[in-house]
Structures are given as C-alpha cells and as structure tokens.
Design a protein around this ligand. Structure first.
Ligand code: NDP
Length: 246
C-alpha cells in the first residue's frame, strides 16, 4: 500500500475520530501528513507519533477552523513544513442536533464558521499551493442529501454548502487535474456521534446495515479518493451510510 508515496497531505481536525483515522490511513499508504486540531493537543500529538512510527513525516498545528486567518496561515505552514501540498481533507466539523426552535442565531454563526467558512478558507489557501493532479476531499453528511432526519436543519444546511463548494471547485480546477469530491458519512462511532449515545437507536433504525460505521471505514474511502485510481472522479459525492439513503 504505497500508492501515496511522496504525497503531502493536510487533514483538518485530525486529532480525533474520522480525521485521525484518515490521517493515519493516508500515512499507511505512503503520504506525509499534517493535521490541525482545535483543543486536543495530546490526542493530536499521538496521531503525529503514530504517523512517524509508519516512517512518514507529520506535524500537528493548533488552528481554530472558525478563525479564517489562522486557517489560511495553518495551510501555508503545513505546506512549508511538509515541502508541498497534494491533498487537502476538509474534515474539521461540529454538530448541532436540535429542533429549529431550540437553535439560536449564535449557534448558526458558530456552525457555519467551522463547517462552511473554515472549509472555504482552508480551500482558498490550499488551491494556489496544491500540485497539479492534487485532491480536495470534503466531509459532508448523509443527512444533507435525499433523506434527512428531524433536528438536522443547521447541520444539514452547513453540509449542503460543502457540496456546492466542491462541485464548483471540480469545474474550476479540472484544467489542473485537481479533483474535488465530498464523502458523506452516515452514523460513525466517534466522540461527535457515539454508538451508545442518546440518538444512536433512532439512527440505527433508519439503516439497512444495523450498526454504526467506524472511522476507518470512512478513512479508507478518503484514501481511495486521494489515490491514483480515483484520478477521473470529480464533482461527486461518495455516500457511506450503512444504507441510510437506500
Ligand atoms: P469528532 O467530534 O469526533 O472530531 C472532530 C475533529 O474536528 C477533532 O479532531 C476536532 O479537534 C476537530 N475540530 C472540531 N472543531 C474544530 C475547530 N473549530 N477547529 C479545528 N478543528 C476542530 O468528529 P467526527 O470525527 O465524528 O467528524 C469528522 C467530520 O465528519 C465532521 O466534519 C463531521 O461533521 C463529519 N461527519 C461525522 C459523522 C458522524 O456520525 N460521526 C456523520 C457525518 C459527517 P479537537 O480534538 O481539537 O477538538
């Protein structure tokens, strides 16, 4: 599994959950990987150590995705540290599950700042640095598509925005052979959405495969989209949701 040998990747929100699994999956396939995190410095350091134990270079940068200036700076620091940039995984995100009447406009600002503005800022900074043939992979969600659930107004809205960004990027960057795709997970067992959490049973009831997914099952799909076999896939969405939308 060396298909990403020599590639340089940045995974935002790589300290825990899907982002950590993705950073490790990219490194297992040969990439050097920078990660950002918000608060979990110890967890981020562990991911860096694991990547280094695979013989790859890694660095963890404290970058709040809601701070667009810090995000742009973080992308440039990651590329400087690794010596270039081939892959950006826009993974950092926050949830907000509640009926619309219980969400405030402050909630709206916070979720859009991280899930939309932060993604935009990271991508805007990465595009001029990305090598031709590079990859943009954005974490969306199965609830922003054809089938959703109550409580997902704000979160679903934020993830739908990522699809709009990704599709237009595919068109803009096609001439440089840079692809842009969205991975849309269903319920994945992480701190954000624990398999034993209060909303677990209702999520499982909506699935064809009656269990939560694992972070590694999403990471493998991201790694595939980052690899040479996916060079002709762009502007699309890969849904990995245990049949939530079946
Ligand atoms: P977790 O909450 O488990 O991990 C989130 C990661 O993002 C952490 O590394 C965290 O850093 C980082 N992060 C959060 N806020 C910020 C911020 N403001 N600035 C920088 N980094 C930040 O989430 P998941 O792994 O479950 O989710 C990863 C992505 O997948 C998200 O975009 C999420 O919306 C999406 N997703 C998840 C699903 C699920 O069921 N789990 C389903 C569908 C989509 P730190 O450790 O420092 O807090």
């Amino acid at each position: 599994m060396n298909e990403l040998l020599g590639k340089k990747a940045l995974v935002t929100g790589g300290s825990r959950g899907i982002g950590a699994a993705t950073a490790i999956a990219l490194a297992e396939r040969g990439a050097d990987v920078a990660i950002t995190y918000n608060a979990s410095a110890d967890a981020a350091a562990k991911v860096v150590k694991e990547i280094e134990s695979l013989g790859r270079r890694s660095v963890a940068l404290a970058v709040d995705a809601a701070d667009a200036i810090a995000v742009g700076d973080g992308v440039r620091r990651a590329a400087n540290s690794l010596g270039g940039l081939d892959i950006l995984v826009n993974n950092a995100g926050i949830g907000a599950i509640a009926p619309i009447g219980e969400l405030t406009l402050d909630d709206v600002d916070r979720v859009l700042a991280v899930n939309v503005r932060g993604v935009y800022a990271a991508t805007q900074a990465a595009v001029p640095l990305l090598a031709d043939g590079g990859r943009l992979i954005h974490l969306g969600s199965c609830v922003s598509g054809r089938v959703t659930t109550p409580g997902m107004t704000l979160y679903g809205m934020s993830k739908s925005a990522v699809t709009g960004l990704s599709k237009a990027l595919a068109r803009e960057l096609g001439p440089r052979r840079i692809t842009s795709n969205v991975v849309r997970p269903g319920p994945i067992n992480t701190d954000m959405n624990p398999a034993d959490g209060p909303f677990a049973a209702v999520q499982i009831a909506n699935l064809a495969i009656d269990r939560f997914g694992n972070s590694t099952e999403i990471a493998a799909a991201v790694a595939y989209l980052a690899g040479p076999d996916a060079a002709y896939i762009t502007g699309t969405e890969l849904t990995i949701d245990g049949g939530h939308t079946a």
